[in-house]
Every structure is written in C-alpha cells, then in structure tokens.
Design a binder for this molecule. Structure first.
Ligand SMILES: Nc1ncnc2c1ncn2[C@@H]1O[C@H](COP(=O)(O)OP(=O)(O)OP(=O)(O)O)[C@@H](O)[C@H]1O
Length: 577
C-alpha cells in the first residue's frame, strides 16, 4: 500500500486534516467522562441543580462539536480516498493499455479486470478507513488508559492489561488473514473470467445445451471463493467476541476493585463511572481496530496485486522514430526470414517467412486453420515481436518506429471486430477524429455498408449498443472495415474480415477496395480461394511454413497445398480462371 502513496500527491492537506479532525473528536470524547464524574460527585452529591444543568450543557456542547468535527473528518478522508482511487484506476488502466498482447496474456485478462475494478476499490476503501481511524484509535486507546491513570492507578492497570491482550489478538488475526485475502481476490479473477466467458458465449452455450454444465462449473468456482470468504469470516467472527471477552473481563476486574475502593473511600462514585466510560470507549476503539485491520489486510493484498501490474515492464520497447509513409521503390511490407513462437509455446507458429509487397500491390494469405495467417498480421501490427528475422513497413523495422505511428500506417480488420457503445459515426471516427460526414460515407460505401447505415433511422447518428450487439456479424464486419478505411492506412490488412459476408457482397467489397484504395497495399487473409486468387501475390502457409508464394497461375502449377485448397473449393474451370 505504501508504494501507492504517489496517488496522494496534491492532497497532503487532506492527509493532515482528516486525521486531525478525528483526533479532535477523540480528545472531546475523552473529556466527556470527566465532566460526567463532576456532575455525579459535585452536582448530584451536593444536590446542586445549577451545577448539573450547566455541566449538562457542557456535555451537550461536546456532543454537538464532536458531531460537526466527525463530519468534517469524514469529508476530507472521503475526498482524499476518491482522489486516490480515481488516479490509481486511471493509471492502472493506462498502464494495461500500454502493455503488448503477450504481457496482457501473461497477467490474464479477467485478472486485469478484477484488478482495475475491485482491487482499486478495496485499496480506496482501506485508505479511507485508515485516514479516519489512524489517529483516532491510538488517541482514544492511549487517552483512555492515561485518563484512567489520572483517576486511579490500579483501575487503569486493569484497562491497560486487557487492551494489550486485545491488541495482541488483533495483530495475530492480521497475520493470519492477509494471505487469505490475496487468495480470495485470485478466486474473484476466476469468477470474472467465467462470467465473461459465459456472457460472451451465451448463444453457443444454449446451442450446445451446455447451460447445466456451465452452471455447475460456475457454482464450483463461486463456491470456492465463498468457502475462502467463509473461512476468513470465521476467523474475523472469532476476533470480535474474543476482544469483547478480554475487555469485559477487564471491566469486571475494574468494577470489583473499584467497588472495594469506593467502599473504603479511595474512589468516588463519579470517578468509577468515568473509569467505566473509558473502558467502554477503549472497547469500541478495539472493535474498530479489528475492522480497520480487516480492511487494511484486504487493501494491502489488493495493493500488492496492483503493484504487480505496475511492475510489469512491457516486454516490447517502443520505437522512437515516426513510421515513414510509403515511398516509390520501397516495399510497403517486407518480411525478411521471419519466425515467431508464442510465449510458452513448444514450436514456431511462423517459420522463415520472407516476402515483399510494393505500395499499391495486393497480397493474399491462405492456408488451413492454425497455419499462422493471423500471426503474420499480428507481427505486422507489432502486437508481438518476431522471434527471428525482421518485419519492415514502408522500409522501416517495426521495432524502430513508435507503435502509434506504425498503427497509423497499418490498419487491420479482424474476423470478429468489436464495435463500441455510441453511434455509427462515433465508431467510424475512431479511424480519424477529424473526418467529416462525407469521408465517413465514402468509407461506408467502399466497405459495402451503405445499406447498413440506410437501414437505421438516424443514418450515421444511429445508436450502436455495447459490443455492437444490435448489428449482425456481417454488418459489424462491414462497419469495422469502414472504420479502418476512414484512417486511410498505407497498408490495409483484412484478416478474414469478410468471413460473414455472402459471396456477392464479398466480391463487391474486393472490387470497391481495388477501385477506391489504389495506392494502398492490401493484405487479404482468408480461407476462401475466391478472396485471394486475384491478388498480385499469394502466400500459402502450411503449419507456419511457406508452402508457396506467387500468382494464382504460378501456384496452381507449382504448389500442391494451394492446388488442394483450390480443388476443395472450386471446380477446375473456376480455379484456372
Ligand atoms: N495467443 C496464442 N498463444 C499461443 N499459441 C497461439 C496463440 N494464438 C495462436 N496460437 C497458435 O499459433 C498457431 C497459428 O495460429 P493463427 O491464429 O495464426 O492461425 P490462422 O492461420 O490464423 O488460423 P485460422 O484460420 O483458424 O484463424 C496455431 O497453432 C495456434 O494454436
């Protein structure tokens, strides 16, 4: 938690004011029993109504001031905690976005969601409680003992002994529970993962009638978290009664010794009432200490998980240069003996791939499932770094240029593109914020999405629900293609981007892209021969290796894998065309 202190910067005044006001409240609470003792020993003993009323008024005033002071303290600590939480959450989110895919994969997507949402909230709540109670608890505890010593030494010893035992118990409780809270948060990661998986795949679940099995798996995961929480709750449940018991034993001893003292005249009745009041205050503070320790144990477990994310140094170092624009004579895309293995994978997903595609030329990439087609696209976008060889875009090594400028040059549309909550226009402007409606419509027409926009009442201003769920798969794909076209990238990668389109629309899309994106290097990744056979070059991948590279005609005569793919999809007449 201490490592996160940077998020208190700019709010040091609140760091001082919140505990100071809480301390003030504690001092006033310590004075109250002394006033009460005076009322009993002087006012009631002497039947002095004026004394009782005037001191009663003092008690009421103390209560009122306590109330105001407590509200002020609460205000400052809440303000401080929300500032801390907001800064922490924003920074964590930004850091996660800056991590390359392999680091995100290693940390786990579901775990990152829990860390950005739940863990930051726990840290914020812990901090709020800390600033409210950090001065108050020791003030009241030490103050009660000291005040009790001022009244009577023996009685104070009873209070001190019971407080020390109770604090010892609470600290032991903290040691036991901190590790458990970390495990609970890890369990919550799994619950988040299962929830996301089931919500995203709800239709598939129903189609395969897997609801029952998934409910059981979910119940098992949630049950595991519940068991851990109940186990930890059992420990917490023991601490409060134990604290009560210890302090109440102290109270019994105090009343017993105090009663004897009153009998022999060593202590007045008012003093005994004041002492009992101090014990009660100490008890309440000890219970608050238990709660504080519980929250701090949770907060520190969460803070450690948050710090683990901050400590993840991106495995990619961003380049420093601006990605160049296309230049005549320089390949727009160049792979020089490129190989790649996913972290932890036993073999290469791509091995020794070399090719060059000039600006304005087209490349088709074809191969069976798992052949490495999407991996090639990911390397061009620098989602991952090649483990061997060099990937160049417009002549520059992708590792030497900033990722941001690279992604301005290279645009990708993936098979399952995501739309975001907003309007069609707001989604399309992800491509270029300053694009006018005419630019958007021109991209929409190239992407064969004009009918999608026209089918909605408000055209470009039509609503897009979260994840674009009010659009069909094919509509989403076309809007996503339009979004990338708005950016006007010099290299356009369509990674199975038209898989949900019917053949006629797919063909119209390819014609429109050829017509409207004349200077753009287009890389079309597809399982369909029809989608790639008119490309200037076709790369055939097989198990990550190059099985062939050439035109449709060259491959039909020289590449067995390509021939087999063609034969499985086209008639011999179609293949030769
Ligand atoms: N994130 C990942 N971690 C580990 N291995 C992966 C990962 N993504 C893909 N792979 C593996 O890399 C290989 C190539 O995958 P890739 O997605 O590039 O294939 P593809 O040709 O695009 O397949 P498809 O046509 O089915 O989409 C596969 O064997 C796959 O299992």
């Amino acid at each position: 938690m201490f490592k996160l202190r940077r998020y208190l910067r700019g709010h040091y005044l609140e760091c001082v004011l919140a505990p100071t006001f809480k301390g003030l409240e504690a001092i006033l609470q310590l004075i109250a029993p002394l006033v009460m003792a005076q009322i009993i020993d002087v006012g009631i003993a002497n039947r002095d109504a004026g004394f009782v009323v005037s001191h009663g008024a003092v008690l009421a005033a103390i209560a009122l001031v306590c109330y105001v002071v407590a509200i002020v303290a609460q205000y400052y600590s809440s303000k401080l905690a929300s500032h801390f939480g907001t800064g922490l959450r924003n920074d964590l989110f930004r850091h996660v976005l800056s991590l390359p895919r392999e680091d995100v994969d290693a940390l786990g997507r579901a775990s990152l969601v829990t860390r950005i949402t739940n863990d930051t909230q726990q840290a914020q709540d812990g901090l709020n409680m800390f600033f409210r109670l950090i001065l108050r608890i020791p003030f009241v505890l030490v103050g009660s003992v000291v005040s009790a010593f001022l009244v009577d030494g023996w009685e104070a010893a009873c209070l001190l002994a019971s407080s020390v035992v109770a604090v010892g118990l609470i600290l032991a409780f903290m040691c036991v529970t901190t590790g458990r809270y970390r495990k609970i948060q890890q369990g919550l990661d799994e619950v988040t993962l299962k929830t996301a998986e089931n919500l995203e795949g709800a239709r598939v679940l129903r189609a395969f009638r897997q609801e029952g099995a998934e409910k059981d798996t979910f119940a098992q995961v949630a049950g595991g978290v519940r068991d851990m929480q109940v186990g930890t709750g059992d420990i917490s449940g023991v601490v409060n009664p134990l604290t009560y018991a210890v302090v109440n034993f102290g109270l019994i001893a105090l009343l017993w010794v105090g009663g004897l003292q009153v009998d022999v005249g060593g202590l007045t009745q008012g003093q005994l009432v004041a002492l009992v009041s101090y014990v009660s205050q100490a008890l309440i503070e000890l219970l608050k200490l238990t709660n504080l320790i519980t929250m701090l144990a949770k907060a520190s477990a969460c803070a450690r998980r948050i710090n683990d994310v901050f400590a993840t140094v991106p495995s990619q170092v961003d380049g420093t240069k601006e990605a160049p624009s296309p230049a005549e004579g320089t390949p727009a895309v160049e792979l020089d003996d490129v190989s790649f293995a996913y972290p932890g994978a036993s073999g290469d997903s791509l091995s020794h791939v070399s090719l060059r595609v000039m600006p304005g030329a087209t490349l088709g990439v074809i191969g069976g499932t798992g052949a490495g087609k999407s991996t090639l696209a990911a390397l061009l976008m620098r989602f991952y770094d090649a483990t061997g060889g060099t990937v160049r875009v417009n002549g520059a090594d992708v590792r030497a240029v900033t990722r941001q400028s690279l992604r301005r040059q290279v645009g990708i549309v993936e098979q399952n593109p995501q739309l975001f909550g907003g309007t069609i226009a707001s989604n399309l402007r992800w491509g270029a914020q300053d694009a006018g409606d005419d630019d958007l419509m021109s991209a929409v027409e190239t992407a064969q999405a004009a009918d999608v926009v026209a089918s909605k009442d408000e055209g470009l201003g039509s609503r897009v629900e979260q994840f674009g769920r009010n659009y069909s798969g094919g509509q989403r794909q076309r809007l996503a293609i339009a979004r990338t076209l708005v950016r006007r990238p010099s290299v356009l990668i369509l990674d199975d981007a038209a898989s949900a389109l019917d053949f006629a629309t797919d063909a119209a899309l390819r014609r429109a892209i050829r017509r409207d994106c004349a200077g753009t290097c287009v890389v079309t990744i597809s399982q369909r021969v029809a989608a790639v056979r008119s490309c200037d070059q076709i790369l055939v991948l097989d198990g990550g290796a190059v099985a062939g590279l050439g035109t449709n005609e060259e491959l039909l005569t020289g590449c067995e894998v390509y021939k087999e793919i063609c034969e499985s999809q086209l008639t011999s007449e179609e293949a030769g065309r």
